[in-house]
Design a protein around this ligand. Sequence first.
Ligand SMILES: Cc1ncc(C[n+]2csc(CCOP(=O)(O)OP(=O)(O)O)c2C)c(N)n1
Length: 573
Amino acid sequence: MAKKELKVDSVAEAYLALLAERGIEYLFANAGTDFAPIVEAYAKAAHSGLPAPKPLIATHENLAISMAHGYAAASGRVPAVMVHVSVGTANALCGLFNAARANVPILFTAGRSPLTEEGLPGARDTYIHWAQEMFDQAGMVREIVKWDYELRNGVQLETVIDRALTIAQSPPEGPVYLSLPREVLAEGLPGFAYEQPSRHAAASPPAPDQVAIVAAAELLAAAKNPLIITADAGRERVAVAALAAFAERFAIPVVEHRQRHLNLPADHPCHLGYSPTPLIDGADLVLVIDCDVPWIPGRRPPAPDAKIIHIGVDPLFSRYPIRGFTCDVAITGAARLVLPALGQALLPFAEMMPIEARRKALAERRETMRAGWRKLRDEARTMRPISPVWVSTCLAEARDPASAIVNEYTLLPEHCPSTRQGSFFGSSPAAGLGWGAGAALGVKLAQPDRQVIAVLGDGSYLFSNPVAVHHAAHLHRLPVLFVVVNNAMWGAVRRATLGMYPQGEAARSNRPPFIDLDELPAFEQVCAAAGGYGERVENPAELPAAIERALHAVTIEKRQALLNVICQGGGGG
Ligand SMILES: Cc1ncc(C[n+]2csc(CCOP(=O)(O)OP(=O)(O)O)c2C)c(N)n1
């Protein structure tokens, strides 16, 4: 097939055109002097008609990468991000680590300080070009990304971009890093010829080995009380239906633990909540599906003789230095492929399995669990300061069932259940704070017609660079509702301290350091300063109406909104 040819003047123009041709819709960027050829190429593309991803400014790198993360998770497409050389890369590291641990494919790029001191177009022309250079700029990210490379010239452009994109999208997916020296971007190109569509494909997910499937099926057939624990089975949306069918057929309870996606609709009869603790003692087999930490070994592990099966594209989480969960069988494979295969292998044993007794016990457990939650909700209704339980309850009432919730810690899913695919996005297991607000903007960008609600702690919100977040929401017309569950503290630090030293000095002290966040600014005014709707809520009775007002601003007035909900200490997550 003949190659497609474009008339370009520089590598930068060819680069942008190729990204667009490969389906990259957005370039999330935070620029510097390294961007000069990119800025010039965009300006030319505006009248030459050359394709290019839409440029999207984010005024902090962690925001750029968090937006890209949310966009990728909601759209299933690969975004590109570009930051300024070494320093921009450093600022993006936390978000990049979040994306890597959450298996989100992103083409993460950075300029390089010009390599030459004079002579070539793009050579050094300002004082920062010396100090910002590093011996190994990619060294900062090499432990985090799947692949890194530096573009050496225009001739290799197509190979490099296709390799970057296919590696990012091959399971287990994740970000890749490409550095772009200014001289290379500025290089002249006498036209650009490339394959369109690409002749490079991402690798297929691993399909399960039949020997491992049979071994797992035999263990499952012999188990009386199996339990499924998952964090991320629903990352591939088709796996949600596969999990629902498998759990239903064999009457196996499913716990979503620290879930990152909707894995099983909360109204599914096998959904047994969000904590493995109440069920793990009684389980004689645990099926761990895409879950890095199914339980805390030092607290409540399964019984020593319980059989343990792990399923995942990388079921041993080989990029984690230490992870010692017992494992009788590990099945390498995508959940959407493994679960139907396991179901098939289990069918011949169905007659001898106590499926109906299990189904009955499961229904009873589920009812008891839900009654307990209802009681908590009733108690929370009038609590002042407001309980995080009440915040989640009110959001459950007010949200459009098709809305997407982005949860950075403080939503309690048992009180605000999600039932539709793609309606829940939780923090990366790396838990680098400051992700949720930007990720919510990315989800909104991917799905403009969807109601998007970010639920954040006051700590998480502050980590997100709020002024940059609200600026981006306004600038890019992304009307998201931010709900800050404001307990004026880093509750997680408090819980960790009391957990380690229950009788310690800090437990007796009124105000141990590094926990309370005193004199917090009026967050609602920060949002209002960027043209959004802002409201502070202290009275639990007023919360439902405040949420309605905020949702009106978001859905009807099409502007962002923030509710600063003054809550009890201790946090919710
Ligand atoms: C980048 C980063 N810095 C620090 C932490 C440690 N950390 C985990 S939770 C937390 C407090 C979060 O506060 P908030 O969002 O208000 O929720 P709360 O713990 O009060 O429920 C901190 C500081 C982290 N996870 N990520």
